[in-house]
Design a protein around this ligand. Structure first.
Ligand code: ZN
Ligand code: ZN
Length: 135
């Protein structure tokens, strides 16, 4: 179905379905997203009209809110994978692109907080590409 996507966490305990259209896709390089992802950036899809349906493992879903900020992260308590989140204030849902099992049919809108990027991000474009694991 066009406006239905599904996803899961790494351990498979948590499974979800997203109903409704995706609206924005932002790649965020801020220091909070770098900590939270353990990588160069977060990759989150946003929608004001879509909704989250938990298909399994909802009891494993944890939400962390950084005190005194609006920075929140939803994750599986068993494997730590990022999971979708419903922002109660704004009504927006936020879906980590990497959590989706169905193809991501929206292109990123922008790389944001790019001035905060890790110093090694600019090196990636001239880094060797290996299809599998290195020898
Ligand atoms: Zn998990
Ligand atoms: Zn960020």
């Amino acid at each position: 179905m066009a406006n239905e996507r599904s996803g899961s966490c790494l351990c498979g305990a948590v499974r979800f379905r997203i109903h409704g259209a995706f609206e924005h896709f932002f790649i965020c390089y801020c220091s909070r997203c770098r900590k939270g992802s353990g990588s160069a950036h977060a990759a989150n899809i946003f929608s004001a009209s879509a909704s989250i349906e938990w298909l399994g493992g909802e009891d494993k879903v944890r939400i962390f809110q950084l005190p005194d900020t609006r920075h929140t992260k939803c994750f599986c308590s068993d494997c730590g994978s990022s999971l979708p989140l419903e922002e109660v204030d704004s009504g927006f849902i936020m879906v980590p692109a990497g959590a989706l099992d169905t193809p991501v049919d929206i292109k990123p809108d922008a790389r944001i907080c790019f001035a905060s990027r890790a110093e090694w991000v600019d090196e990636l474009e001239c880094t060797e590409v290996v299809d599998g694991l290195p020898d």
